[in-house]
Design a protein around this ligand. Structure first.
Ligand SMILES: [Cu+2]
Length: 490
C-alpha cells in the first residue's frame, strides 16, 4: 500500500515537472516569437564598444549577431578645415569629420551613448539621433558643456538608416556647421552582403564670402535663413570624393551607398551619372524600389541605394539640381575599373561632320588612325584667307562649345584661347594639345585649370586650319600652322 502511494507521489511529482517544463518552454517560445515582433522584448547578449568609421567608410556588417549592449563613444570637436581650394571654415563636428562617424547597430541593441565635448570647444552641444524612440531623440539627455561627458541609453526599435545631428540652439547653425551623421540599424539577420559599401552625406554651407572667395570664411546667418547656399557638397567639402579621394569598385561588383542629407535647408536629388539604382531603400526605410534614376533625399533623411557596376569608367555622383553639382561642389566620383563590356556599352564608334548645308562632308572614323592623312576634300596648301575660312568652320564644329565664340572660355572650366599665354608660348605644345587631347593641371594667363580636353577627331589639315584661325584672332601672335607642323608633333 505504502509502496503504491509512493509510486503515485513520484508520478505526480514527475507530472508536475513535465508540466512546468512544458509551460516554461511554451512561454519562452512565445517570448521569442513576441521578440521578433517587438524589439523591446529582445534579450541582449554581452557588451562591446561600437566600431566607428570616418566617411566614406562604414563599419563591418552586423551579419547574424544577436542583440548586444553597444557602447558608442563620440567626441564633439570644433576645428578649422578646408571647404574648397584656398577656402577654410570652422566646422563643428562629431569625431572631427563631416559627416560624423558612421554608427552601425542592429535592431534590439541597447546603446549606451557617451557624448564627450572637447575641452577646447567654445559651445555646449548635444545629439538627436533619429533612430531613438524618446524625447528629442536623446537631445536633452546628451546636452554637454565643453570638457564634459554625457551618457544616455536607448534601445534600437526600428530597422533603417537614420540621420543624427546636433540640436543645440540655434539648431540651424549647429547643423550648418557640419554637425550631422548617419546611424544604421540593421534588421534581424542583417542586410544582404554586397561587395562595396560607402558612406556619403550631403550638406549645404553658408559663408560670408561667395563661393570660391579665399581665406577663412565665417558662417552667414542671413544667407542660411534665405536658403542661399554658397556650397552644396558631399562629405563636408568640395572634392571630398573626387581625384585621389574618389571611391572605387571593380566591374562586376555590387555597390551599396548609404546616403544621407544633413541639410540644413536643401533636399537632394541624388543621382549617379552613368548608373541606374537596381534597388533603393526609399527614405532609408524598409520599402524597396527598383530601377530608379534619381532618388529624393529630404533634409534630415537618408536612402540606401544599390547597384551592380557592369562597365569601367568614372561614375559621377551628383545632386541633380545640377548647378549645385557643377558650381557649388555637390559632385563625387566612383571610379570603376575592370574589363570593358561592349554588349552593355558599345562606346563611340564613329564621328563625322554634320552639315545640312551644301558644304563638303568629311567622315572620320574614331578608331581609324589613317584618318590623319590628307582628306581628299582639302587641298594641301592654300592661302591664309582660305585657311582662316576653313579654320573657322572647324572651330565652330569642334571647339566652340567649350572655348566659346570669341575664345574667351568659361571661368573654372575651359581655359581661354584669346590672348592665351599658354597658346602663344609654344606652338608645338599647343598642336599636341589639339592632336592628342590634354588632362592634368595647366596654367593659362595666371589661372589654374585641372580638367580634361578630349582628343578631337579631326585630320592634320583641319588641325592646321583651326590653329591658324585661333592664332590669327583674338589678340594672339599670328602664327601660321601647316599640316607638316602638325604631322611632326608626336
Ligand atoms: Cu552643436
Amino acid at each position: 500500500m505504502e509502496y503504491l502511494y509512493r509510486l503515485l507521489q513520484k508520478y505526480v511529482i514527475a507530472l508536475f515537472f513535465i508540466a512546468a517544463l512544458a509551460a516554461g518552454l511554451f512561454t519562452s517560445c512565445e517570448k521569442a516569437v513576441a521578440a521578433k515582433e517587438n524589439p523591446e522584448q529582445m534579450r541582449i547578449y554581452g557588451e562591446f564598444e561600437a566600431e566607428l568609421t570616418a566617411p566614406p567608410f562604414v563599419p563591418r556588417a552586423i551579419g547574424k549577431r544577436a542583440p548586444t549592449k553597444l557602447i558608442v563613444n563620440m567626441e564633439v570637436v570644433e576645428k578649422e578645415m578646408e571647404m574648397s581650394d584656398g577656402v577654410s571654415y570652422v566646422y563643428w563636428t562629431f569625431d572631427g569629420t563631416v559627416p560624423g562617424s558612421f554608427i552601425r547597430t542592429r535592431v534590439g541593441d541597447e546603446i549606451e551613448f557617451h557624448l564627450k565635448n572637447h575641452p577646447d570647444s567654445k559651445l555646449p552641444h548635444n545629439i538627436d539621433l533619429h533612430a531613438v524612440t524618446g524625447p528629442g531623440g536623446g537631445a536633452e539627455s546628451s546636452f554637454v558643456a565643453p570638457g564634459r561627458e554625457a551618457v544616455f541609453t536607448f534601445k534600437t526599435m526600428n530597422p533603417g538608416l537614420y540621420v543624427y545631428h546636433c540640436a543645440t540652439a540655434p539648431v540651424g547653425m549647429h547643423i550648418a556647421n557640419g554637425m550631422y551623421g548617419l546611424i544604421l540599424v540593421e534588421p534581424e539577420g542583417g542586410l544582404p552582403p554586397v561587395d562595396k559599401e560607402y558612406y556619403i552625406m550631403q550638406g549645404d554651407f553658408y559663408t560670408e564670402g561667395k563661393n570660391g572667395e579665399r581665406g577663412l570664411q565665417a558662417f552667414d546667418m542671413q544667407k542660411a535663413i534665405d536658403e542661399k547656399a554658397d556650397y552644396v557638397v558631399f562629405n563636408g567639402s568640395v572634392g571630398a570624393l573626387t581625384g585621389s579621394n574618389a571611391i572605387t569598385a571593380e566591374v562586376g561588383e555590387t555597390v551599396r551607398l548609404f546616403v544621407g542629407n544633413g541639410g540644413p535647408n536643401l533636399v537632394s536629388s541624388f543621382h549617379v551619372i552613368g548608373e541606374i539604382f537596381d534597388k533603393v531603400f526609399v527614405e532609408g526605410g524598409s520599402m524597396v524600389n527598383e530601377n530608379v534614376q534619381t532618388t529624393l533625399i529630404p533634409a534630415g533623411g537618408a536612402a540606401i541605394v544599390e547597384f551592380k557596376v557592369d562597365v569601367p569608367g568614372d561614375l559621377v555622383l551628383v545632386d541633380h539640381s545640377i548647378f549645385r553639382a557643377f558650381n557649388k561642389g555637390a559632385l563625387g566620383i566612383l571610379k570603376v575599373e575592370g574589363k570593358e563590356n561592349k554588349k552593355v556599352f558599345g562606346g563611340k564608334i564613329e564621328e563625322k561632320a554634320y552639315n545640312p548645308g551644301n558644304a563638303v562632308l568629311s567622315s572620320v572614323e574614331v578608331a581609324d588612325e589613317a584618318a590623319s592623312g590628307p582628306s581628299p576634300s582639302t587641298p594641301v596648301s592654300s592661302s591664309l584667307a582660305e585657311k582662316m575660312e576653313r579654320g573657322k568652320s572647324v572651330y565652330t564644329q569642334n571647339c566652340f562649345a567649350c572655348h566659346q565664340a570669341t575664345g574667351q572660355g568659361i571661368p573654372n572650366a575651359f581655359p581661354p584661347l584669346a590672348k592665351s599665354d599658354y597658346l602663344n608660348a609654344d606652338v608645338h605644345r599647343a598642336i599636341g594639345v589639339v592632336k592628342y587631347g590634354l588632362s592634368g593641371e595647366i596654367t593659362v594667363n595666371g589661372t589654374k585649370y585641372n580638367s580634361m580636353m578630349p582628343k578631337v577627331a579631326i585630320s592634320d589639315e583641319e588641325i592646321a586650319d583651326v590653329m591658324t584661325y585661333i592664332y590669327n584672332n583674338w589678340g594672339n601672335n599670328k602664327t601660321e600652322v601647316t599640316p607638316e607642323m602638325v604631322k611632326k608633333v608626336k
